[in-house]
Design a protein. Structure first.
Length: 263
């Protein structure tokens, strides 16, 4: 092979290698471009997932806070119902109860289930408190009115029949749940007499109280003294369990704790 032929062969080989390098460069460029697109798509997808989770946790936080506020407002209404005008008590309780039911329902969609279960346990406890809330308010209001009619000075030397009757009626009403069934009719008449003599209640309030006093079946849920706190027993524990579940979920998601926001 002469020199010209060798040169031609090398030239052809060089051209072939150049062509292969160009093809390889194109393939590398295409692979890099496709990889970059995949990375970009995966990054965008991951970002959307993060944003979706953040929006979900924000909805949850808002729903938890609203429910906790509604539950506390309901319980507060139950325990201040005696201070509300008698004709407005049932409506006040109904509005608070409806707000609580709405807030509880709003929790079910965003979840999670374990938080929803604790919320429903709170709602059930509130429903039990609601059952006799109006009747309890009647009795508590009467006890407060009778207490206000006690002698403002030295009771041992008080000569006022009204003050004495108020004290006796208050004592009688507090222990009403401990009376025997066969004694109640006569005792009810005596209780009415004492309250009338005390001047603590007007005719309408007295009629409401006597209606409640005629139903001894529910008196254990209404009775005075330490037993007044019994209807709330269980609510504080249910509330603590709910806020603990919320706090745990909030720490997992690293979002603000709505239990602290509702304080």
């Amino acid at each position: 092979m002469d020199t010209e032929q060798v040169y031609a062969a090398f030239s052809a080989a060089g051209a072939a290698l150049s062509g292969a390098a160009a093809v390889a460069a194109v393939l590398v460029a295409r692979w890099q471009s496709g990889f970059a697109r995949r990375v970009a798509l995966e990054t965008a997808h991951a970002q959307r997932e993060v944003e979706r989770e953040l929006r979900l946790e924000a909805r949850r936080s808002e729903a938890w806070t609203a429910f906790l506020c509604a539950a506390d407002a309901f319980v507060g209404a139950v325990w201040t119902l005696a201070d509300v005008a008698p004709e407005r008590r049932a409506e006040e309780l109904r509005l608070r109860s409806e707000a609580l039911t709405t807030a509880c329902s709003a929790l079910r969609m965003p979840g999670p289930d374990h938080v929803v279960r604790h919320a429903e346990a709170m709602r059930e406890r509130c429903a039990r408190m609601e059952q006799y809330a109006v009747e309890r308010a009647v009795v508590r209001s009467a006890l407060q009115a009778l207490l206000g009619k006690w002698c403002p000075g030295n009771a041992e030397h008080c000569a006022s029949d009204a003050h004495t009757c108020a004290w006796l009626a208050h004592d009688m009403l507090e222990s009403w749940g401990d009376r025997e069934d066969d004694e109640r009719p006569d005792d009810l008449g005596h209780l009415e007499y004492l309250i009338r003599q005390s001047g603590a209640l007007d005719g309408a309030d007295l009629a409401r109280l006597l209606t409640v006093a005629r139903s001894p079946v529910c008196w254990e849920l209404l009775a005075a003294g330490p037993r007044w706190l019994r209807p709330r027993t269980g609510y504080d524990e249910a509330r603590d369990a709910f806020t603990a579940a919320v706090r745990e979920q909030s720490l997992r998601a690293q979002v603000p704790d709505p239990a602290q926001l509702a304080q």
